[in-house]
Every structure is written in C-alpha cells, then in structure tokens.
Write a protein that binds this ligand. Structure first.
Ligand code: NDP
Length: 299
C-alpha cells in the first residue's frame, strides 16, 4: 500500500479562502473588519519569521493586523499593560502573544491576562477548561488544524482508535480533547509510555507531536492508519550534507508504505496552524458581535 499524501498546504489555502469570503461578507453586511494583534517580545529569529508571515496572511484575508514588537528586556508590568489595552480595544478581536517569551516573563501569568474571548491561541486557562468540559472554547490552532485535516480525510471520526504521541499543553493535550469530543477512543502516549510501538500499532489515527526527528517508524503503524505528523525538526547540516533539511516526527518514506494517509513535513500540519489562527480570529469576531459563526472553521 502507498499512503495518500494529505496536502495541508492546499487545504490551508482553502481554509484561508473561506475565511476571506466570510470577512468580506462581515465588512459588507455588518461594517465589521476583524483585527488580530500579535505581540512579539525579543528578537528570536524563528518567532520573527512566524510573526511576519502571520501579519502578511492576516492582511491577505482582509483583516486588520496590529503588530507590537517589544525589546527583550521589557518589564512584565509593561507587557501586562499592553495586553490590558488590547483587551479593551474594540478594533482588536484576537490577541496572540508569540511564545517562547524571554525567561524573566511568566508565561502563564501573561497568557491568563488575555481576555479569553480574544485568546485566539486557546491557551488561556478558561479556554482549556471550556474545551475539556465540551463547551464552546477558543481551540489551540495546531490541534484544530489537525482535526480539520482528519475530518476532511476520514469524515466521521466516531469510534476510531486514536493515539496522540506527546502530552504538551499546546498540542498533545488539546488534540486528545478534540479527538475525544469527536468520539474517538483516545490514548495519549509520552516519554514514559511502556511498549509505545504496541500502543501506537492499535491506532486508526496517529498524531505525532514529540519533537524527535523520524521517531515513528513503519513497524509502529497499523496498515491503513491515518498519520498526522505535527513535528518540525531541522536536521543538523552535517547530517544532511550542509542543507539542514526539515523533517517531522514520523519516518515519512518508511511509513507511507504502510499507512492509508499521511501528512508530509513541510506542507502538512504547518500551514494549517496559521490558517486556523485566522479562522479563530474570525470566530472570535463573530462571537463578540453575536453573529453566526463560520461553518466548518471551528471545532
Ligand atoms: P513538547 O516538547 O512540549 O512536548 C513533547 C512531548 O513529546 C512530551 O509530552 C514528551 O513526553 C513527548 N516525548 C518526548 N520524547 C518522547 C519519546 N521518546 N517517546 C514518546 N514521547 C516522547 O513539544 P510540543 O508539543 O510543543 O511540540 C511537538 C513537536 O511539534 C515539535 O517538533 C514542534 O516543533 C512541533 N510543533 C509544530 C507546530 C506546527 O505548527 N506544525 C506547532 C507546535 C509544535 P513527556 O511529557 O513525558 O516529556
């Protein structure tokens, strides 16, 4: 069997197109333009790249983009004061504080200062609780993107065995909650899981969010399973003849001979994350104005 390759890049472009259409309607019918504020503290090069492309794609779908770049040594009170201003600003519907933050800033404190209704990353403790209790939440972008890809690929997920590898707050745990919400039988595997290969081999759906290059190999996969690779790992240049290729947490070449469908890296989950950030900003805007939410763009 050769797996179907799930084209996350194309699907993300489709999601952004649907967001743009809805934004155009909001402007025309309600005079509302959604706004997304991104806060970047410090000069982390990877974060700068993310923030730039977030800003570009926000404008491309017709939303307002507000960028706040603060020096690495910004005191906590100053960042909290900015978040307070953004919480109160009616032009801002979504707030994203780019992580990781410099060491002197307390991530939990900062994230929990964001108005939960504008928390488009879905990391605020209220949104975590709402998701866990099956209520209407802002859902973290990467797991939401994985869920959309799975629904598109498989239709109903009900009754399927799902194994999520990784239990982080930003990917593994919310992913497991979303799969549970869609009535999968969910197992979360992590670094202490015994016989992890055996556990993963039970799965109809595997979501790998580990951060270990090509850890999941073909012999871990049940024939025909759907494999979603969240991992983004840059191989050291010396391993790759000087190029430093990007790979996922799944051995793509090996696993694609066994799986039914698989996401590539790059071009799988990655592009879905920003598309879902824009979808979440649209959802937050509709909720703020008590308007109908976009269909197919939320959990
Ligand atoms: P974290 O480091 O926060 O979590 C990794 C998880 O993997 C932990 O739960 C850890 O277990 C588990 N783990 C580590 N080693 C093993 C092992 N040998 N066997 C089983 N489980 C293991 O990572 P994130 O969740 O933040 O990110 C995971 C990956 O996804 C990274 O490559 C990251 O770059 C990528 N990512 C991609 C995004 C995208 O947009 N596509 C967005 C976010 C992340 P334990 O808890 O026991 O330590």
């Amino acid at each position: 069997m050769t797996a179907e390759i799930i084209d996350g890049k194309a699907f993300a472009a489709d999601v952004r197109g649907r967001v743009a259409e809805h934004v155009a309607r909001l402007k025309e019918e309600n005079g509302i333009t959604p706004g997304l504020a991104v806060v970047l503290v410090g000069e982390d090069p990877a974060s700068q790249v993310y923030v730039r492309s977030k800003g570009r794609l926000t404008v491309e779908v017709g939303m307002k983009s507000f960028e706040h770049r603060l020096p690495a040594e910004t005191p906590e009170e100053e960042l909290l004061a900015l978040i307070e201003r953004l919480n109160a600003d009616p032009e801002v519907n979504g707030i994203l504080v780019q992580l990781p933050l410099p060491k002197h800033l307390h991530e939990d404190l900062i994230i929990n200062a964001i108005d939960p209704a504008k928390d488009v990353d879905g990391f605020h403790i209220s949104n975590v609780g709402l998701l866990a209790t099956g209520q209407k939440a802002m859902v973290p972008c990467t797991p939401l993107g994985c869920l959309m890809l799975l629904r598109e690929q498989l239709g109903s997920l009900s009754g399927r065995e799902a194994v999520v590898i990784g239990r982080s707050n930003i990917v593994g745990k919310p992913m497991a909650q979303l799969l549970l919400r869609d009535s999968c039988t969910v197992t979360i595997a992590h670094s202490r899981t015994r016989d992890i290969e055996e556990v993963v081999r039970r799965a109809d759906i595997v979501v790998a969010a580990v951060g270990r290059p090509e850890m999941v190999t073909a012999d871990w996969i049940k024939p025909g399973a759907t494999v979603i690779d969240v991992g983004i790992n840059r191989l050291a240049p010396e391993e790759e003849g000087g190029k430093g290729r990007l790979v996922g947490d799944v051995d793509f070449d090996g696993v694609k001979a066994v799986a039914g469908a698989i996401t590539p890296v790059p071009g799988g989950v990655g592009p879905m994350t920003i598309a879902c950030l824009l979808a979440n900003t649209l959802t937050a805007t509709c909720r703020a104005h008590a308007l109908e939410e976009p269909e197919g763009l939320t959990a």
